[in-house]
Design a protein around this ligand. Sequence first.
Ligand code: NAY
Length: 295
Amino acid sequence: LDKFHGIIPAFYACYDDEGNISEARTKDLGQYLYEKGVQGVYVGGSSGECIYHSLDERKAALSYAAKHLKGKMTLIAHVGAPSTRDSIALAKHAAELGYDALSAIPPIYFKLPDSAVLKYWSEIIDATPLDFIIYNIPQTTGYTLTTSLFEKLLENKKVIGVKNSSMPTMDIERFKKTGGDNVIVFNGPDEQFVAGRIMGADAGIGGTYGAMPELFLQANRFVQEGKFQEARLLQSEINDIIIALCSLNGSMYAGIKEVLRRRGVNIGSVRGPLEGISSEDGGRIDNIIVMIDQT
Ligand code: NAY
């Protein structure tokens, strides 16, 4: 399971100037992350704006990323969709493309009982031979994974881990304790990457890594080397940058994409209802770039 350990940026939606999914720009973002030395990418998740894409667009986004990154890094496909049927279609597509693992949020919109959530995830898992990573993100889905459902899911050997984006680092500790050495726990909230790693996360998948991969790679190295004071201070600098990105008029992802554009990687803007950056954001983004470069 070593191929999943390390820094795994959540891949962004790459659009052309008309707002269509762009293969050329997917290739550019992939190349940029590859040169930074990240372990892998998590394609088509929250940061991939999957919730705003048609099924065909999601298939295209998965295809382009695989075409340009397969063999260069670990590829995880997020295939969670409102219906089980669409999720399975995406899962089969990802398996054909040679992804290393699948991942999915729980069912959204209707509040369903654990029995339905278990069935949903199990049907996706059964649809392909690929390994599966549960995605727990209560703040956007409204569903909280319990350790007892986690334990039940782990009875299926294809379940190799959980990407935990809930805020308490104790949840990471609980999932790690429940799964032990046989599971990988991924830290979700970038604001507490260092805390998550210390509490038992083996790796991280995050939406802001792409804006500052070198900082997260360094934070991870500090943790690996037991340099906790250095790691804590770096996390603090990272958090100033995340707070600045979240304080723009535009959405955080629009800000990140503008940072990338100024670094020479143009992947377009965001899809509505996410808001693009405003004219006032321009100067703020200059500052954010200085913060990243000086850290
Ligand atoms: C994904 O699926 O794209 C992610 O991994 C995103 C996880 C992010 N959580 C949310 C709610 O978007 O990385 C975090 C988040 O962007 C970061 O902590 C900044 O708040």
